[in-house]
Design a protein around this ligand. Structure first.
Ligand SMILES: CC(C)(COP(=O)(O)OP(=O)(O)OC[C@H]1O[C@@H](n2cnc3c(N)ncnc32)[C@H](O)[C@@H]1OP(=O)(O)O)[C@@H](O)C(=O)NCCC(=O)NCCS
Length: 175
């Protein structure tokens, strides 16, 4: 399995989205830790997350340091092509036993509402498919209609709904 951290910055190729956006992608590094922590504690993010509590800086630092060393956790930062402003993060948590990777996206609150999430998720899934060849899965709150729409547009298919969470799967062959 190649090391995702060794991957270099990459501009986006056109996605199957009807518009092409200048979204760039790179692995998250320690300089992104504070932003990832702030985005995670955004009220909308917490409302859409399984764990709604505020994460302390200390707890985040422990989590982020472990994540950086974990080859089964891949975090990409998206940036806007022209300005290099951070769009947000997409995280893949590989479950080796089931050969699937849990997928989640969290945008920088300042960059929401600009139709950047779908091209960012599509680019991240494409990049990640060179590192991991199992299916992608996602669990999204049933009321999170924006997120459901972008995941479906990127090829995730709903297969179950339990306790207010819709479950999605994107077969590796579809990537
Ligand atoms: C979910 C999230 C990634 C979406 O990003 P966003 O910047 O808010 O949404 P976008 O501007 O990219 O919009 C995505 C699409 O949904 C549409 N949309 C946006 N808000 C909408 C709404 N309230 N109702 C219907 N459609 C909506 C947009 O028009 C856009 O469609 P288009 O690309 O065809 O124009 C972002 O809000 C976020 O990070 N939320 C918190 C974390 C989260 O919920 N993660 C998902 C669970 S893993």
């Amino acid at each position: 399995m190649p090391n995702p951290v060794a991957k270099t910055r990459q501009s986006n190729a056109p996605t199957n989205h009807r518009r092409t956006f200048a979204v760039k992608l790179r692995p998250a590094d320690s300089e992104d830790s504070n932003d990832i922590w702030e985005w995670r504690n955004d009220p909308t993010t917490r409302a859409m997350s399984r764990i709604a509590t505020v994460t302390s800086w200390e707890s985040h630092c422990t989590w982020f340091a472990a994540a950086q060393k974990n080859e089964n956790k891949v975090i990409y930062i998206g940036t806007e092509g022209e300005t290099d402003a951070k769009i947000g993060m997409v995280r893949f948590d590989i479950d080796p036993a089931n050969n699937v990777a849990e997928t989640s996206i969290n945008l920088n609150p300042a960059m929401r509402g600009k139709s950047l999430s779908q091209p960012f998720l599509a680019l991240a899934a494409e990049k990640f498919s060179h590192y991991f060849n199992g299916d992608l899965v996602a669990e999204i709150r049933s009321e999170n209609s924006t997120s459901i729409r972008i995941f479906e547009n990127v090829g995730f298919v709903e297969h179950a709904e339990e306790q207010g969470m819709k479950k999605f799967r994107k077969p590796s062959r579809a990537r």
